[in-house]
Design a protein around this ligand. Structure first.
Ligand code: ATP
Length: 256
């Protein structure tokens, strides 16, 4: 497989008042990679996610997805362009069933959209059935098909995280961006998450992962970027990054 750059971001700066939250951050992710973004608390990881997914406007930066420029000006435009994300704090529709949550994700890619579904045209009904089938497949893929009709808020924490991933996958993303998917998970749930991410990669998907669990990141990622105070301080394969003195200093040194 030729090496295709899926995400190519260069020169991102983002300032909040007097705080330079991102400083010349660039990242290149190849198709099929699991790419890690790590760094101490407050390093700017979530801000970077928010910038590339259209929640925050960057002060500077160029953005390409799948070889084409994209403008991260609004989250729904970014989803259409092909980036799906999950959040550090789970954001599901708690009162909707698991399958309905995934169906909402799928509507990004449908013709009838939510209005067609509401007015129940024939074409919309057929599309709705296809969406439901696809949503069920995705629940099966992430391992929670048996809870398809359970309301989201009644799922276990680990299963809610799986559901978020299924919903993100429903948009058929070129890039799946996961913000601390293992946060709050116990060891068994983390192991299961790891297996799920490996399975998603095996399907040819590309993943950008923010994660605090260094063991999980090092074992899973093809490459990583380390941020510290908004600046990239290291980039490379896990072994290189792990032995980088600036990284060791950022994690073990004072100030954080
Ligand atoms: N909307 C905002 N307004 C002002 N400052 C912000 C805003 N969002 C983030 N920041 C600041 O930007 C810096 C980077 O925060 P960010 O949440 O991106 O870090 P992080 O690496 O994701 O941290 P964590 O690992 O704790 O989630 C922090 O100093 C934070 O306080």
């Amino acid at each position: 497989m030729s090496e295709q750059i899926i995400l190519n971001i260069a020169g991102v700066n983002k300032r909040f008042g007097g705080l330079q939250a991102l400083s010349e951050v660039s990242i290149k992710i190849l198709r099929g990679q699991i790419y890690g973004l790590i760094g101490p608390n407050g390093a700017g990881k979530t801000t970077f996610f928010n910038v590339i997914t259209g929640l925050y406007q960057a002060d500077t930066g160029t953005f390409e997805l799948g070889g084409k420029p994209y403008s991260p000006s609004a989250p729904h435009e970014v989803a259409k362009a092909g980036i799906a994300r999950t959040f550090q704090n789970i954001r599901l529709f708690g009162e909707m069933s698991a399958v309905e949550n995934v169906m909402v994700g799928r509507h990004v890619r449908t013709h009838q959209g939510v209005f067609g579904a509401v007015f129940h045209h024939k074409a919309a009904r057929e599309e709705e059935a296809a969406i439901r089938n696809r949503a069920m497949e995705l629940l099966d893929f992430v391992g929670i098909a048996k809870f398809a009709h359970r309301t989201a808020r009644h799922l276990s924490y680990g299963d809610q995280r799986r559901l978020e991933i299924a919903r993100a996958l429903a948009t058929d993303p070129q890039l799946l961006a996961l913000d601390e998917p293992a946060a709050g998970m116990n060891a068994t749930e983390k192991l299961a998450l790891r297996e799920l991410l490996v399975k998603i990669k095996a399907e040819g998907k590309t993943i950008l992962l923010i994660e605090h669990d260094v063991k999980l990141v090092m074992g899973l990622c093809d490459r990583l970027t380390v941020l510290d105070y908004g600046k990239p301080i290291a980039e490379g394969v896990p072994a290189e990054v792990q032995s980088n003195s600036a990284v060791i200093e950022a994690y073990l040194g004072g100030g954080h």
